[in-house]
Design a protein around this ligand. Structure first.
Ligand SMILES: O=C(O)c1cc(=O)[nH]c(=O)n1[C@@H]1O[C@H](COP(=O)(O)O)[C@@H](O)[C@H]1O
Length: 247
């Protein structure tokens, strides 16, 4: 894995073989891999071991499970996920503080039960990057401005013991100001200039996101969909490095 890259590459594929192939090709160009709902439902939990075999036992795996349920259920699911030994997993902040506290406690208990030295980082998804402001206010009935809502959820996540949040690039600066330098900001909705936005609504470039204070960039289709995924990842790393050095 790269110690300097900010990219957490989503292995959004429908077979373990395709995910492993990506992991082998990109392990030196990215900070870690994200195993999300498509891959886990298609390939099952054995895919974690296959990725560790392909990318090394110290590979950083972000398990993007987005738990959102009653606290007791999320505690149990978090315990089970942490026992497997993932580096990071996430829950939805809109599950509320009791649910997030249950996730954090379950993560600590699961790591101990699994004999892992450290608890996985628990991140809270604020408002999905595919949600436009007018959808938040119209369909979902949230009246305050999207950025205020996201910052409020980020504060709630921090007060509930979460290690960081998932949010769009548009909210990075406000969350940094509210939650401080040590709160981990994992940022999807990242697109190199000119890349297809797809279903993402609140996007910025890698350089912009890093300049604003992102810790990690979740960027998938522009990398694994490129003719040369490794070159695409390296171009994003170069843009992120330049933004960091200018900042
Ligand atoms: O939790 C996530 O990772 C996530 C949260 C969010 O608000 N938006 C979002 O796009 N994601 C994930 O980030 C990845 C983005 O992929 P691309 O749009 O292909 O770059 C997908 O795997 C999504 O599941």
């Amino acid at each position: 894995m790269s110690n300097t890259s900010r990219i957490l590459l989503p292995l959004d594929t429908d077979t373990a073989d395709k995910a492993v192939d990506l992991a082998v090709r990109l392990k030196d160009d990215v900070a870690g891999f994200k195993v999300g709902l498509e891959l886990i439902n298609a390939a099952g939990f054995d895919v974690f071991e296959r990725i560790y075999d392909a990318a090394g036992k110290d590979a950083k795996i972000f398990y993007d499970c987005k738990f959102h349920d009653i606290p007791n259920t999320v505690a149990g699911a978090s315990r089970a996920a942490a026992k497997r030994g993932v580096w990071m997993f996430n829950v939805h902040a809109s599950g509320g503080s009791a649910m997030m506290r249950a996730a954090v406690q379950g993560a600590a208990e699961g790591a101990e039960a699994g004999g892992h030295a450290r608890k996985p980082l628990v991140l809270a998804v604020t408002i999905l990057t595919s949600i436009a402001p007018e959808v938040l206010s119209g369909e979902l009935g949230v009246e305050r401005p999207l950025k205020d809502h996201v910052v409020s959820l980020a504060r709630l996540a921090q007060d509930s013991g979460c290690d960081g949040i998932v949010a769009s690039p548009h909210e990075i600066a406000a969350i940094r100001e509210a939650c401080g330098p040590d709160f981990v900001l994992v940022i999807p909705g990242v697109r190199p200039a000119g890349a297809d936005v797809g279903d993402q609504k609140r996007v910025m470039t890698p350089g912009e996101a890093v300049a604003l204070g992102a810790d990690y960039l979740v960027v998938g289709r522009p990398v694994y969909g490129a003719p040369d995924p490794s070159a695409a990842a390296r171009a994003i790393n170069a843009e992120a490095d330049a933004a960091r050095n200018n900042g």
